[in-house]
Design a protein around this ligand. Sequence first.
Ligand SMILES: *Cc1c(COP(=O)(O)O)cnc(C)c1O
Length: 430
Amino acid sequence: MNFENTLSFARLQDEADQLHHFRSQFLFPQHNGRDFIYLCGNSLGLQPKVAAEVVQGQLNNWANYAVEGWFDGDEPWMFYHKALKKLMAPIVGAFPSEVCPMNTLTVNLHLLMVSFYQPKGRRFKIIMEGGAFPSDQYAIESQVRFHGFDPKEAIIEVFPKEGEEILHTEDILAKINENANEIALVLFGGINYYTGQWYDMETITKAGHEIGAVVGWDLAHAAGNVPVKLHDWDVDFACWCSYKYQNSGPGGISGIFVHEKHFGNSELNRFAGWWGYQESKRFKMEKGFVPEAGADGWQVSCTQVMPMALYHASLQIFEQAGFIAPLREKSITLTAYLEFIVNEINKELGVAQYQIITPQFSKDRGAQLSIIAQRNGKQIFDGLVANYVLGDWREPDVIRLSAVPLYNSFEDVYLAGQALLKVSKAVLQS
Ligand SMILES: *Cc1c(COP(=O)(O)O)cnc(C)c1O
């Protein structure tokens, strides 16, 4: 498409956009009574207007039924997660039995590693992307220590080549193959939080399996953003948070995926709790843990009804939008438009002030663009906020902007570009 850096062009795109109306279902943060242009859905998605009503419904159930709410009312809490499982499954390409909402992301990463990081003899290493989100680094370090290994020996990090920002699939594969007999687990983020790079999940999963390793993914920045097919790609396990691209609110509930091929494996370790016990016999309160079939068997504590209600509210919007495919189609164009606008600003400034480190092709990225500001980055970022544009800042010099297809418009992107140009001129040419 031939993009134009004009308001009229942006508005024409919005008129043609079948998803444009979903924007009105969300609450935008304000500053001095004016809406922000919100380009920060990679960090915390916006609140669906219906969220308050859905949570209020559960507060009413609590008020009206109290303890009987577990089995009474139109959505008994005992089975409430099942409604979510149906809606989560198409977002990550899974069967409902393979997913379950529970806990928070880093907690689930630990629980899944208890099951799927099983070092044996020489095969004790974990391979991950260098520069992974810190929580993942800490979780993995502490897991290898828990098994008695030194993280320096047991963790292989794959870093970009000298002078480059992103990883090449062939370099990841080479590293996997070089350590073929020593890797127990391949564990990457689906999309890197810093660069916005979407790894070739299918190819990496296959390569991990070919050397006899288990393969898991942290989909914090991928779930609800890009189409993934966890079941078909034969991924062993995955987990994600739902408060980024899935708009479930701060500290929102996490989701897990366990491939159905593992359901019959009674050898897997688990850190068990009563809520993972066979559902039909849970209240017999018997000795000896017997897991419920499927991903539900990884539950530990009882259903977190309020966080689930928030996630449920948001998932229903994804359902109305046709889940991922239509959103992705818009997202590809919207992000390409943002990229075009940033490059236009460089032209107008007459210097390459902004360098986009996120890969250029849509197959390698989701909604997020990570933009290095060559000079005065923090000052420019603060100027954007003062001009009603909210992205986020990552030290030392990266501005992350994400145009989210559910609630961002082409006009948002155009106006954010105008603000960036104005602030850049003021800061750089003063
Ligand atoms: C956002 C994010 C987290 C956050 O973990 P919580 O346990 O939800 O606080 C973890 N890992 C990655 C890769 C993330 O992007």
